[in-house]
Design a protein around this ligand. Structure first.
Ligand code: HAM
Length: 402
């Protein structure tokens, strides 16, 4: 994220409940850990970080030049039925791009999500990109009610197209309208096919200028992603997203081997200005990666998660060598080497075994002979090679071999 020019911020674990109910209604409390504090304030544990980051933005960062690139890593809490990959406390790693919501900005953000997921070491994830405006504007032309929208969006989100068709027919939508809606939500193609056949979906959208404009926006985003060489992308007009603040481009990343909870990242273009009674309509684009699910995925792919956290282990052999050893430890640590030492006068053999079990690449030991000569024994625990060197040369020698 830093390589894309994002800066990190941190926000509090709890937030005022209103931050989440203002946009989504009281119903959202079913999914929240909310309570009254001792001052009788209605607060909750944050279920996500987008609204908190935007609160931070409207309170503190408004005067900063835009676009503003913010990233975060933090715990989130949702009152959900816990299952494999779905927890009540989990971690999100996300970004918000405030005020840079051009098609180029949107494309770069998806590219950033893809790069982050690649950098985690995960293989085989897929990113699906859509645009809420394509279907939403057509449904508006068809005169959809708010109640109908609330019913059908979760069906689209879950891919329950038979239930969707039954409901639309039951609600009196014409055969032609139902056919168009079903074709749009099931339009899923690879990025290149979308770019090669830009007119494929247009006939379905003829009745809505705004839908065509949304499709054009998605096409521009797709083109930029192609230019950037973003990997693992497909186009999916059936993405609905569960949260209420999205207004444009939306995307999700899946890792199939995680089964039911396969979504490892989600995001899109949104507006939260009305929550903060902001006179200027600042829109933003962002995403959050489900950190726990990425870790689960890495585990399933047998990624080596446990990396040694030690470079050098120092063994003072006798109290009289301790001062010299402590001086050497200071020098190694100050130079960024992860260094630990024997804490209890264990025999050398046991200390070497311990250092190896910790994954340390080197052991250094100093006995009374070495002390007199101003030297130390440096042992490479991988090759078993041991050399005696002046203490002043230990750091340089380790650096050469690390
Ligand atoms: P979200 O899709 O609700 O979006 O969550 C993002 C990711 O967090 C999901 O894709 C999933 O990997 C992970 N996640 C969600 N719930 C759980 C859970 N109970 N246990 C484990 N992992 C979970 C958001 O939260 C938006 N704020 C993303 C965003 C940022 N949109 C714009 N900016």
């Amino acid at each position: 994220m830093r390589s894309y020019g994002y800066s990190e911020i941190a926000t509090p674990t709890f937030e005022s409940l209103e931050l989440f109910t203002k946009k989504s209604g009281q119903d959202i409390t079913k999914q929240l850990y909310n309570f009254q504090d001792k001052g009788e304030r209605e607060i909750c544990l944050r279920p996500e970080l987008t609204a908190p980051v935007m609160r931070f933005y409207f309170n503190e960062l408004r005067s900063r030049p835009k676009h503003l690139k913010i990233f975060y890593y933090g715990n989130c809490f949702r009152y959900e039925r816990p299952q494999d990959g779905r927890y009540r406390e989990f971690f999100q790693f996300g970004v918000e791009l405030v005020g840079g919501s051009t098609t180029l900005g949107n494309a770069e953000l998806i590219d950033c999500a893809s790069s982050c997921l690649c950098a985690s070491g995960l293989n085989g994830f897929k990113i699906r990109v859509g645009h809420l405006g394509v279907l939403r504007n057509l449904l508006n032309v068809y005169g959809i009610t708010e109640e109908q929208r609330k019913y059908i969006m979760p069906l689209i989100d879950k891919g329950e197209y038979v239930g969707l068709e039954d409901y639309l027919v039951e609600q009196g939508y014409s055969e032609d309208q139902v056919m168009k809606i079903l074709n749009i939500v099931q339009y899923k193609v690879e990025l290149q096919d979308f770019l090669d056949l830009p007119d494929a979906v247009k006939p379905l959208l003829k009745e809505s200028e705004d839908s065509l404009a949304a499709l054009e926006e998605l096409f521009q985003i797709a083109k930029y992603m192609d230019d950037m060489g973003t990997t693992n992308i497909s186009i999916d007009l059936g993405i609905a997203r569960g949260l209420d603040y999205y207004i444009g481009m939306v995307f999700e990343a899946d890792l199939d081997e995680l089964g039911a909870e396969k979504q490892i990242c989600g995001g899109g273009h949104y507006s939260l200005s009305e929550v903060f009674d902001s006179p200027d309509d600042v829109t933003a684009t962002g995403f959050a990666i489900g950190f726990d699910r990425v870790m689960l995925g890495l585990q399933r792919q047998n990624y080596e998660l446990e990396k040694p956290d030690l470079d050098v282990f120092i063994v003072p052999m006798g109290d009289e060598t301790l001062k010299t050893c402590l001086g050497l430890i200071r020098e190694l640590r100050d130079n960024g080497l992860r260094t630990d030492m024997d804490q209890g006068g264990r025999a050398l053999g046991k200390n070497l075994k311990y250092a190896q079990a910790r994954g340390s690449k080197f052991a250094v030991f100093i006995g009374s002979d070495e002390l007199t000569k101003g030297t130390a024994q440096l042992k490479n625990l991988d090759t078993r090679e041991q050399v005696e060197l002046p203490i002043a040369e230990i750091l340089g020698k380790i650096r050469q071999q690390l």
